[in-house]
Design a protein around this ligand. Structure first.
Ligand code: ZN
Length: 411
C-alpha cells in the first residue's frame, strides 16, 4: 500500500502548515530543511514523530492553527511524566465525528439505534468521540460514562439500549453481571462497539456468547483524533482504516523501514487533513499488519489486523523477547481457563522469574492444570514460567484498561 499522489499533496499541505505556524514540528522540519516531498520514497524518508516529542511540546507546542480557531484540547494520560496535549479546530472535531459516524455505519448501526456509551468523558478522547459520531448518525445516545454497574444495567433495561460501547474488560464485566442477575431476557443489545484495548479471541467469544451480540473493534488513539479512525465490517476480516483522513504505514520497529503488506510490524500514522496538531509519521507502537486484498464488503478502505500488542509491551525475560500476546495464545488453547490472566516478572536470587496467574472454575485439578499450562508456555517461548491457577473471578477486571503485565524487577 503506497502513498497516493493525492495523499502526497495532502502531506505537503500539512508540512507547509506546520512550517508556517512554526509549531514544535514546524521548527523541526525547518531545521531539517524539509519543505515537501514529491514521491513515496521521499515520504518514507521523513523523520518519525514520537510520543516523547509530543511531551516535549507540552503544553501547547503542537498547536499549528491560530489560537482563535482552536475549540478544544484533549490529553492522553502519560504513565510517566507529562501528559500530551492535542489541540483541535472545529474542523478537526467535525472530521473526527464524520469518521466515527462511518464506524457506526460499517457496523450496521443506524439512527434507530440507542447507543449506551460507557467509556469516560473529559480530557480523554473516549466518551465524547463515541457520542459525537452517534449524534452525527442521528442515533439516541445514552451517555453513561464509566462505572456504576447497577445504574448501567438499569438504564440498559429501561432505555432498551441496542448498542453498547465499552472497553473489552468492561463489556465482559457487564456480561458477567447480566448473567449473574439472570436478566438476559430483558436486555435488547444487538451490537457492541469495543475500543481502546487489545483483547484476545477468547474474551471476544465470551462477550459474544454471554450477551449474544455482534462485536466490532474500533481503533484509534488520542494523538490521532481519538477512537474511531477504523473499525471492522460485518465480514470481520480486519479493521477498515479511513485513508481519506489518515495515511497508515507498517514498519519494522527496529529498522524503521516499511514492511511488505501482510507482514507484522508497528503502525505509523500520518494525519492528512488535521489542522490543530498535524502529525507526520507518528509511531503508535501498536503492532499490526496490512491485510492484503479486498474485503468481501467491497469497501476500498484498507484493512489492518487486530492489534496484537505494543512494541513496548515486549518483555525481556532471561534474555528472551516475550510478548503478552504469545501467552494469550497459549491460554486460548485451554478451554478450562477463562480469558483473564496476569503476568508478574520479578528478579529473585539473581535470576528473572515469570509468574503467570490464570483462572479456572473449581471442577479442575489446579496442580495438574498449572503444570500443563507451564509446559505449553515453555514450548512457545523457550523457558518454563511458574503458573498459578486461581479461582474464577479472582483476577482484577477493570472499567479502564486492565493491567496484565506487572514487572516487579524495576520497582
Ligand atoms: Zn469490509
Amino acid at each position: 500500500m503506497k502513498i497516493s499522489d493525492k495523499q502526497i499533496a495532502q502531506v505537503n499541505d500539512r508540512i507547509n502548515a506546520l512550517v508556517t505556524a512554526g509549531s514544535f514540528y514546524g521548527k523541526k522540519l525547518k531545521e531539517a530543511g524539509i519543505t515537501g516531498i514529491s514521491s513515496a520514497e521521499e515520504f518514507e524518508k521523513l523523520p518519525f514523530s514520537e510520543k516523547s516529542d509530543l511531551r516535549d511540546a507540552y503544553p501547547l507546542g503542537l498547536m499549528t492553527a491560530p489560537e482563535e480557531e482552536i475549540v478544544r484540547i484533549h490529553s492522553s494520560s502519560g504513565t510517566t511524566g507529562l501528559p500530551v496535549i492535542i489541540p483541535y479546530t472545529a474542523k478537526d472535531v467535525d472530521d473526527w465525528a464524520t469518521m466515527f459516524k462511518r464506524c457506526y455505519e460499517f457496523a450496521g448501526i443506524t439512527n434507530k439505534d440507542r447507543i449506551q456509551i460507557t467509556p469516560g468523558y473529559g480530557l480523554w478522547t473516549a466518551g465524547i468521540g463515541f457520542q459525537a459520531g452517534a449524534e452525527k448518525l442521528g442515533a439516541m445516545v445514552i451517555p453513561m460514562g464509566p462505572g456504576n454497574t447497577e445504574k448501567q444495567l438499569k438504564m440498559m433495561v429501561d432505555m432498551e439500549s441496542t448498542v453498547i460501547c465499552a472497553t473489552s474488560s468492561y463489556a465482559l464485566l457487564l456480561a458477567e453481571e447480566i448473567e449473574k442477575r439472570g436478566i438476559k431476557d430483558q436486555i435488547k443489545l444487538k451490537k457492541g462497539v469495543i475500543g481502546s484495548e487489545r483483547w484476545g479471541e477468547k474474551m471476544r467469544k465470551r462477550i459474544h456468547d454471554e450477551l449474544g451480540i455482534e462485536l466490532y473493534d474500533i481503533y484509534g488513539l488520542t494523538e490521532i483524533y481519538g477512537p474511531g479512525i477504523g473499525i471492522n465490517c460485518k465480514y470481520d476480516t480486519g479493521m477498515h482504516i479511513w485513508d481519506d483522513f489518515l495515511y497508515l504505514e507498517i514498519i519494522d520497529p527496529v529498522t524503521g523501514k516499511n514492511v511488505p503488506d501482510g507482514e507484522w510490524g508497528e503502525i505509523v500514522i500520518t494525519t492528512l487533513v488535521k489542522e490543530g496538531a498535524p502529525l507526520i509519521r507518528y509511531r503508535t507502537h501498536d503492532l499490526s499488519r496490512i491485510i492484503p486484498g479486498e474485503c468481501p464488503c467491497g469497501s476500498k478502505f484498507p484493512r489492518i489486523d487486530v492489534i496484537k500488542g505494543r512494541t513496548d509491551d515486549m518483555m525481556k525475560i532471561k534474555g528472551v523477547n516475550v510478548f503478552p500476546s504469545q501467552i494469550e495464545e497459549v491460554i486460548k488453547t485451554f478451554p478450562e481457563l477463562s480469558s483473564e490472566y496476569q503476568i508478574r516478572i520479578s528478579h529473585l536470587e539473581g535470576k528473572d522469574t515469570m509468574r503467570i496467574y490464570v483462572e479456572t472454575s473449581g471442577e479442575y485439578d489446579f496442580d495438574a492444570l498449572s503444570k500443563k499450562v507451564a509446559e505449553s508456555v515453555k514450548s512457545r517461548i523457550g523457558f518454563t514460567p511458574i503458573v498459578k491457577v486461581v479461582e474464577l473471578g479472582l483476577l482484577p477486571r477493570s472499567e479502564k484498561k486492565t493491567k496484565r503485565v506487572i514487572d516487579e524487577r524495576y520497582s
